[in-house]
Write a new protein. Structure first.
Length: 93
């Protein structure tokens, strides 16, 4: 069974108002507080959601949440505006 410490860290990061700011300012301290091992820490340091899923056992959706914190510019590249087009549905309107 996968270790849930990393999942808990990411969930808590989103629940606690200062969680994101603290993780950005003091990531190593936060990693240590949650008792992450070096493999888990290395995966989070990469900011690569696939590595975070594979190496740290993080749920894919939580890996994306972490990516948005670690690399906020990624959110600018993501949009669902064209999704109806991609699946062959016409927009309402």
């Amino acid at each position: 069974m996968a270790d849930n410490k990393v999942n808990e860290l990411i969930q808590d990061m989103c629940r606690v108002p200062e969680g994101i700011a603290r993780l950005r300012a003091q990531p190593e301290q936060v990693f240590d507080e949650y008792g992450l091992d070096e493999n888990q820490k290395d995966a989070l340091r990469t900011g690569d959601p696939m590595l975070i899923v594979e190496r740290a056992g993080v749920h894919p959706i939580l890996a994306m949440h972490y990516l948005f914190v670690a690399q906020p510019q990624v959110m600018e590249m993501m949009s669902l505006v064209k999704y109806p087009e991609l699946i062959g549905e016409k927009e309402n309107g």
